[in-house]
Design a protein around this ligand. Sequence first.
Ligand code: AHG
Ligand code: MN
Ligand code: MN
Ligand code: MN
Length: 331
Amino acid sequence: NDQLALPVGITLDRFIMRNEADFPFATGELSQLLRDIALAGKIVNRDINRGGLSDISGQFGSQNIQGEHQLKLDVIANIRFIRALKNGGEVCAIISEEDTELIPTGNNKAKYIVAIDPLDGSSNIDANVSVGTIFSIYRRVTPTGTVPTIGDALQKGDMQVAAGYILYGSSTMLVYTTGRGVNGFTYDYSLGEFFLSHPQIRTAPVGNIYSCNEGNMDDFPVAVQQYLHKCREQRLIGRYIGSLVGDFHRNLLKGGVYLYPATLKNPEGKLRLMYECFPLAYIVEQAGGAACDGKRRILDIMPDSMHQRAPLYIGSAKMVEDIYSLHFTHA
Ligand code: AHG
Ligand code: MN
Ligand code: MN
Ligand code: MN
């Protein structure tokens, strides 16, 4: 039987233990934190899978700080992750797309801060399209034992200790980096475990996919319009789900570029620097790709507010560099 010939899989827990233990000064707290996130991910995965049965799709009735109508699952996923992170004890504060202010956990002795997009692509959920969770982890700046401040969260992208996402797709995956490459794990429902399925993911230097919301084309900067024109001349493949995690993950594996430029409606870009751009930029660079906002490398940006937005060009390094150069030609 072919199934039995498969090697025994490495579980996420085992992988984390093996790989994070040999970090300098490792005390096991980061490992525990990653496991807490994975556990919350399993719970949210269950909520999402039962979506149609448990009346959790549709609107919650309130708006978040982003000016978006919160969907029930946005709120539920947010509660799940915050609860898991509070109970886990390794995090002193959380910033979330769904919450206006920094959320202190009460664990002032903890040394980590988490930034989270609890449910990404939530406008797709009613149509049973893939959604995700995106997270990034920082070390606090203020001394442990004190009450964390917003300054602990507002750090340059380069300061991330770890970043990852969970994709609730045709299969559920967790992909993360702690700065030593990117590894992907697939969830086995029958066993309730994530197994290493995509070790050391590398993204192609050039791919043949481009992903953007072409409905906004007329608002895009000239440089981007020109780039997209070239993509079409070359008969590249256009793919856009509208769930950033899904679009990013596909391009990471297959090679390609994702673009969310500034538009009239969103002059700063739409995507959130701290919950979306930073974590994915860290992952893409760790996989050999690149990310910029048209002018700067994403990870070089110093945020001034937690809900700040940025244009995003991310994916295969050569494609991102081409977009970057075109911005200068048209500056
Ligand atoms: P979120 O659901 O977390 O608010 O994020 C929505 C984001 C992202 O997932 C997606 O790629 C993008 O919005 C799509 O925007 P458009 O609908 O403007 O294309
Ligand atoms: Mn949202
Ligand atoms: Mn999002
Ligand atoms: Mn979201």
